[in-house]
Design a protein around this ligand. Sequence first.
Ligand SMILES: [Zn+2]
Ligand SMILES: [Zn+2]
Length: 137
Amino acid sequence: MREREINKPMRNSRQRAAILEVLKSTKSHPTADWIYEKVREKIPNISLGTVYRNLAVLKEMGKIMELKCGEKCSRYDGNPENHYHFICVNCGQVFDVEGVEVNKKIDQEVSEKNRWEVFHHCMEFYGLCSECSKKNV
Ligand SMILES: [Zn+2]
Ligand SMILES: [Zn+2]
């Protein structure tokens, strides 16, 4: 028992590093299940629960972002800087919006007009990605 406790921080940090690496290596904003499958290639005995726990810790540390898309699923983003997302309503892919800066003025405006302290805002755009709009035409 004691030995297990000593080994735990080491094992945890190795698992966490592997999860972060998987997430940083993709721009697909994957689900925890996808991350789990990838991490298992490196650490076969890792559990889905461990992946969820580490994702929560990484989020808490500000190293990753969690995107809520509906009630059921969460997706994860290896880029913790605020940026906008585009979600394709047909194929469900999540993209980073390119070429548009996060509007910091809006935070100030909301703050001033409502006397709230605004930290940040999230913005998601919905529509068809270029692949899907090609198919639909
Ligand atoms: Zn699409
Ligand atoms: Zn993103």
